[in-house]
Design a protein around this ligand. Structure first.
Ligand code: FES
Length: 568
C-alpha cells in the first residue's frame, strides 16, 4: 500500500523542496482551502467538457456528483481540464487530435499533484485518448463516461444520432425528402446531452472501457440524463478516493492482455464500431501488446452477434441499457472470456458473472448465444494484394450479396476529387462497380477522416441503388453501414498498393476468404509505381508536422511511434 502524498506529489523544482511545499500550499490556500483540506489525499477529476462538445454538456452536473463521492469518502477532489474532442466540431477530423489529447491526459496526470484520477470522457475519441494517457501515466484511475443520448421523435418514428442522420441524408440526396423536412429532422436527431444514441464509436468505446475494467460494472450504457448516471459518478468518486488512499489498482494492473482480448470479444458480439479496432490497437500498444488480425478473425468466427441495435439492427442505446446492457452480453459469451481479469473494484470478472442477475435480460434486444442475430462476429480483418497489412470490414453492416464481389474500380484520388466528381451526371459508374478512395489515411492531408462511407453517386442513388462496395484507407463513422472496406494498410500516402489502383482495374472482395485483391499483374503495378510523381504530404510546422512524422498505421492504432509502453 502506497501512502498518499496529496499536495506533495511531484513538487515544483525550485531546488528547495521545503520552499516548493510552502509555496504550493500558500497558493492553494488562495483558493480558499483550509490546511486540513490540503492534508487529504487528492483525487484529480480530469474533465473534457467544452462549448465545442455537445456530448459532454452535462459534465458540470456529473463533476458535482464525482466530487460528492470523493469528499464523502474522505479525499479532496480537484478538477482539471484537458482538451476536448467534439466529433463534429473538429477539422480535418477528430482522429488527428486523439493523440494530442492522450498526451495532455498523460502529462497532466503525471505533472499535477494527485494520488488518483477520475477520467471523464464520452465522445468518440475522448475515451480512447483518456485510456491511452492514463495507461502511460499509470496512477490509480477510474473512469466515468457521458452515457448515450435519448432518442428524438419525427412524424411518429424514433430518431437517434447518427444512423438516422445518414438515412435521412441519403433520402434527401435521392430526392425523397424535401429541404423543409430535412431542416425539421436536423433539430430532432440529437435532442439531449450524451453520446450518439446508437452502437457507434462512443457507445462501443464505453463498452470497451467497462470490459477492460476501468468503469464500475453496469455503468457503460446508463443514459446521459438518467439519475443513475449521477449515482454512478458519485460511486466512482468514492472508489477513486479509496484508490488514492491505497495506491491502486493502477491501469497497468487492470488493462492486461487478457482484458484487451475480452474487449475484442465484446466488440464482435455487439457488432461495434470499426473505429474501435484502431483505438483498441492503440490501447494495446500502450501496454506493449500488438493486436493480431489473424487472432481477431479467429475470435470473430467464434463470437456471435447478440445485440439488435442500430446501425445494424433496430434498437438504440437506451433500449440496450434497459435490456440488461453489457451484463447481458458478458453472460452470454462468458465461456469465451478470460474471467481472471479484475476491474477497478478489485473484483474478478468470474465473481461479477457469478452474481445473480437483478433484472431479467430483454431477449428482444440482447439475444441468447444459442439464438444469435448472427453466429459470427460483426467485424473481420481482410488481407490480400490490395491490403498486405490489413483492412477492416464490418460484415454485419454489409449487403449479403456484396460480401463476395468482383467489380471494376472507379477511383477518386483524394477527398477533393471525390467531392468534385461523385455527383457528376457524366461520371462513368454502374451499380456493380467498386468505388475506391485514395489518400485518406493517417499520413494524408485529411488525417484519416470518417470518409470511407463514400456517398452512392447521385444518379445511382436516385435510381434506387442503396449500397456498393467501397474501399479506402479512411475510417467510417461507427453509426454508418454498407459494404465498406476501411483502414486499407499500407495507406496510399506511403505508397501502398491502394495508390496504384486505376479506374477500370478489377478488384475482388471475398469476405469468406477474408481477402481483398487487386487483380492487376505485377509488371503493370511496377510500371505504375515507377511513374508515380506526387510528392509525399509534409506539413511544415507545429502539431500537424509532429503528427505526420510520427503517426503509425491504422493496423498499429495510429498512435505516435514514440508513445509505446512506459520504459520504452
Ligand atoms: Fe459525440 Fe457522436 S458526436 S458521440
Amino acid at each position: 500500500m502506497t501512502k498518499p502524498k496529496g499536495l506533495e506529489n511531484g513538487l515544483t523544482n525550485y531546488g528547495d523542496r521545503d520552499f516548493a511545499r510552502y509555496l504550493r500550499r500558500s497558493f492553494a490556500k488562495s483558493m480558499g482551502y483550509t490546511g486540513a483540506a490540503l492534508d487529504k489525499p487528492i483525487v484529480g477529476i480530469c474533465t473534457s467538457e467544452s462549448g465545442f462538445n455537445n456530448c459532454h454538456r452535462h459534465f458540470p452536473e456529473m463533476i458535482e456528483a464525482v466530487k460528492r463521492g470523493v469528499l464523502a469518502a474522505g479525499a479532496l477532489p480537484v478538477t482539471f481540464p484537458v482538451i476536448s474532442l467534439g466529433e463534429v466540431f473538429l477539422s480535418p477530423t477528430s482522429m488527428v487530435y486523439r493523440n494530442l489529447m492522450a498526451m495532455a491526459v498523460e502529462e497532466m496526470i503525471r505533472a499535477q499533484p494527485m494520488d488518483a484520477v477520475v477520467l471523464m470522457g464520452g465522445c468518440d475519441k475522448t475515451v480512447p485518448a483518456m485510456l491511452m494517457g492514463a495507461i502511460s501515466a499509470d496512477k490509480p484511475a477510474a473512469m466515468v463516461v457521458a452515457g448515450p443520448m435519448m432518442t428524438g421523435r419525427h412524424r411518429g418514428e424514433r430518431l437517434g444520432a447518427c444512423t438516422d442522420c445518414r438515412r435521412f441524408w441519403g433520402s434527401f440526396r435521392a430526392g425523397k425528402v424535401s429541404a423543409k423536412e430535412i431542416e425539421q429532422v436536423e433539430g430532432r436527431l440529437a435532442v439531449t446531452s450524451g453520446t450518439c444514441a446508437v452502437m457507434g464509436t462512443a457507445s462501443t468505446m464505453a463498452l470497451m472501457a467497462e470490459t477492460l475494467g476501468m468503469l464500475l460494472p453496469g455503468s457503460a450504457a446508463i443514459p446521459a440524463v438518467h439519475a443513475d448516471r449521477l449515482r454512478n459518478c458519485e460511486e466512482t468518486g468514492a472508489l477513486a478516493a479509496r484508490m488514492a488512499m491505497t495506491g491502486g489498482p493502477r491501469p497497468s494492473q487492470v488493462i492486461t492482455p487478457a482484458a484487451i482480448r475480452n474487449a475484442e470479444r465484446v466488440l464482435l458480439a455487439v457488432s461495434g464500431s470499426t473505429n474501435a479496432v484502431v483505438h483498441m490497437a492503440a490501447i494495446a500498444g500502450r501496454i506493449g501488446m500488438k493486436l493480431d488480425l489473424d487472432d481477431f478473425n479467429r475470435r470473430s468466427d467464434e463470437t456471435p452477434v447478440l445485440v439488435d441495435l442500430k446501425p445494424v439492427g433496430a434498437g438504440y442505446m437506451e433500449d440496450f441499457h434497459y435490456a440488461g446492457g453489457l451484463e447481458g452480453v458478458l453472460r452470454e459469451i462468458a465461456p469465451q472470456l478470460e474471467t481472471a481479469t479484475r476491474s477497478i473494484t478489485g473484483e474478478t470478472l468470474a465473481k461479477r458473472l457469478a452474481r445473480p442477475l437483478t433484472d431479467p435480460i430483454d431477449r428482444a434486444v440482447i439475444r441468447e448465444a444459442k439464438n444469435p442475430i448472427s453466429p459470427v462476429g460483426g467485424l473481420i480483418a481482410l488481407r490480400g494484394s490490395l491490403a498486405p497489412e490489413g483492412a477492416i470490414l464490418k460484415r454485419a453492416a454489409a449487403t449479403e450479396a456484396l460480401l463476395e464481389h468482383e467489380g471494376r474500380a472507379v477511383v477518386f484520388t483524394s477527398l477533393e476529387d471525390l467531392a468534385a466528381r461523385i455527383d457528376d451526371p457524366e461520371l462513368d459508374v454502374a451499380a456493380d462497380d467498386i468505388l475506391v478512395l485514395q489518400n485518406a489515411g493517417p499520413k494524408s492531408p485529411s488525417g484519416m477522416p470518417e470518409a470511407g462511407y463514400l456517398p452512392i453517386p447521385k444518379k445511382l442513388a436516385q435510381a434506387g441503388v442503396k449500397d456498393m462496395v467501397r474501399i479506402s484507407d479512411a475510417r467510417m463513422s461507427g453509426t454508418a453501414f454498407g459494404t465498406i472496406v476501411l483502414h486499407v494498410s499500407p495507406e496510399a500516402a506511403v505508397g501502398g498498393p491502394l495508390s496504384l489502383v486505376r479506374t477500370g482495374d478489377r478488384i475482388r472482395l471475398s469476405a469468406s476468404a477474408k481477402r481483398i485483391d487487386l487483380l492487376v499483374d505485377a509488371a503493370a503495378l511496377k510500371r505504375r509505381r515507377s511513374e508515380a510523381t506526387s510528392p509525399a504530404y509534409q506539413p511544415a510546422r507545429g502539431y500537424a508536422r509532429l503528427y505526420n512524422e510520427h503517426v503509425t498505421s491504422a493496423t498499429e492504432g495510429c498512435d505516435f511511434d514514440f508513445l509505446g509502453p512506459a520504459g520504452d
